[in-house]
Design a protein around this ligand. Structure first.
Ligand SMILES: [Zn+2]
Length: 41
């Protein structure tokens, strides 16, 4: 049974599925690369 939810990436605006308790859901980035882009590191 899936508890994944759909989120919209904060960097590339791509939608992706992630578990609500996951890092990706907390940051709303679809990948580590987008997290870096989104945070402008
Ligand atoms: Zn992305």
């Amino acid at each position: 049974m899936s508890e994944f939810e759909t989120y919209s990436c904060g960097s590339c605006t791509e939608t992706f599925s992630a578990h609500p308790s996951s890092n990706a859901a907390a940051n709303t980035y679809c990948s580590p690369a987008c997290e870096i882009e989104g945070k402008d590191l």
